[in-house]
Ligand binder design. Structure first.
Ligand code: NAD
Length: 500
């Protein structure tokens, strides 16, 4: 992967894109262009879908056990290449190597989950649903599936999708974020090395033109998307209009509710990691604290002290806690939102604007930023900032805090910090959010549970990986059968048959 010019991966080989457009991939720490990425056109998408379609019959008929063995080999190769993949993710995204390695591990765990596919695809069977009549269900592949992924997890989010889809007998076309394409291309090579037949996984970098071609393509049966809410809504509506099943995970504004009975030092440690890790560019980042009663006055100094100590620098440098954000445009948007918070009357406790990082003059950096006394009317509350900005709102009671969280349009993740099982139980029961932590700031479910939010954080019905992922990538079929002896073959009836 030393070439400065990237390619598509179609039918098991590197292929030059037919489209003439290309994009620039930056090192966000230096601001330099490190690669050029092709931006696929509809002809490239046609070629990738045709390869996936041609590979489908043989892959569908490969036994789940054999598919699982290839996945197991892929997992082993991913483990051997963990550092290389973490380095690619860090290089193009900017996150620290330790953070990137953690996200590679969480992705590998999805491959591990998908390797259990012979067990996961077992249907249900009921004997004697009627006299001499049995019933069983099958989970069969959907066909050619497509995945469209965001910039913030170059390895992990693609791995939420294609291992499960492929394990279930589908073939796949992945369109990674054009900002971080290299890790996806490398994973496709490793999967081939593991024994995956050509055409089962294809990777086509691109932007909206490629996405539109996938959404309209008659041979694509299912589309998985992860990204921002406006695009998720568009993907869901457009895909559905073209008759596809769609799961589209959107943006987030994750609140942590802090009760006065929480252990404040423990809570501050957890919140600072969750707010500023990956420069806040995680869909499960805690960006909003709702401090109940006197919790705020005790928590704020602890948050400030910890946030101020975060060491900002290149993601691949030693002892760095937080890297740059993805682009100059994104940095400028974050800075303008911080400006708006000041203008609208929030209390700026720690200001990350104008940070300078030695040796990285043109890098896309914003320092850790902390606001207190934010209100729901302010833009820093209403917008998903997706940067290293933590805002604190005050609430008088548990009920007011829950009301605030439930009124927010997003519902991806949330957490409560408390020493009381009573508050934790009520929070878990009443909160309208898909992933909930109790004294856990980033409650990302393990691969054998499913990942996904509610409300504007999810368009579609099924979450990713876990059993919901298996259900998304399969169609269920129910078979009812009987084998009557000749004497039992009675004449026809026009009445609705009942089996009891
Ligand atoms: P994005 O929506 O800009 O892009 C996501 C993907 O969609 C990319 O592959 C991109 O090429 C494509 N795309 C962008 N604009 C498009 C358009 N107009 N039409 C069709 N396709 C388009 O998101 P991003 O900036 O790459 O990622 C950050 C966002 O993703 C944040 O909002 C974050 O919360 C969200 N995210 C959500 C989850 C989740 O699980 N809910 C996980 C990770 C990231």
């Amino acid at each position: 992967m030393t070439s400065a010019k990237l390619h598509c991966w179609i039918n098991g080989q590197r292929v030059r894109a037919q489209g003439s457009r290309s994009g620039e991939v930056h090192d966000p720490a230096s601001g330099e262009v490190i690669r050029h990425v092709p931006l696929a056109n509809p002809a490239d998408i046609d070629a990738a879908v045709a390869a996936a379609r041609a590979a489908l019959p043989a892959w569908r008929d490969t036994t789940p056990l054999r598919r699982a063995r290839i996945l197991t080999r892929f997992r082993e190769l991913m483990e051997q290449h963990r550092d290389e993949l973490a380095r690619l993710a860090s290089e193009e995204h900017g996150k620290t190597l330790a953070d990137a390695a953690g996200s590679v591990q969480r992705g590998i765990e999805v491959i591990e989950f998908a390797s259990g596919v012979p067990h996961l695809l077992k249907g249900e069977k009921a004997e004697d649903v009627g006299r001499g009549v049995d019933c069983h269900s099958l989970l069969q592949p959907v066909g050619v599936c497509a995945g469209i992924t965001p910039f913030n997890f170059p390895v992990m989010v693609p791995l939420w999708m294609f291992p499960v889809a492929i394990a279930c007998g589908n073939t796949f076309v992945l369109k990674p974020s054009e900002k971080v394409p290299s890790a996806s291309l490398r994973m496709a090579e490793l999967f081939q090395e593991a024994g995956l037949p050509d055409g089962v996984l294809n990777v086509v970098p691109g932007d909206r033109e490629a996405v539109d071609a996938l959404l309209c393509h008659p041979d694509v049966g299912a589309v998985s998307f992860v990204g921002s809410t406006p695009v998720a809504r568009y993907i869901y509506e457009t895909g559905a209009r073209h008759g596809k099943r769609v799961q589209a995970l959107g943006g987030a504004k994750n609140h942590a509710v802090v009760m006065p009975d929480a252990d404040m030092a423990f809570t501050a440690d957890a919140l600072v990691g969750a707010a500023y890790g990956s420069a806040g560019e995680r869909c499960m980042a805690v960006s909003t604290v709702v401090a109940v009663g006197e919790a705020g006055d005790r928590l704020l100094p602890l948050l400030k002290e910890r946030a101020a100590q975060i060491k900002v620098g290149r993601g691949d440098a030693a002892d760095v806690d937080m890297g740059p954000v993805i682009s100059a445009a994104h940095r400028d948007r974050i800075v303008s939102l911080i400006d708006s918070g000041v203008a609208q009357g929030a209390e700026l406790v720690l200001d990350g604007r104008g940070i300078s990082v030695a040796g990285c003059g043109n890098g896309f950096f914003v320092g850790p930023t902390l606001f207190d006394r934010v209100t729901p009317q302010m833009d820093v509350y209403k917008e998903e900032i997706f940067g290293p900005v933590l805002i604190v709102l005050r609430a008088d009671s548990f009920d007011d805090a829950v009301k605030l969280v439930n009124a927010n349009p997003y519902g991806n993740g949330t957490a409560i910090f408390t020493g009381s099982g009573h508050w934790a139980r009520r929070f878990e029961n009443e909160i309208e959010v898909g992933m909930v932590g109790v004294n856990v700031p980033i409650p990302v479910p393990m691969a054998f549970f499913s990942f996904g939010g509610w409300k504007a954080s999810l368009f579609g019905d099924l979450h990713m990986h876990g059993m919901e992922g298996v259900f998304f990538y399969t169609r269920s079929k129910v078979v009812t059968s009987r084998w009557p002896a000749p004497a039992e073959r009675t004449g026809s009836t026009l009445a609705m048959p009942t089996l009891g």
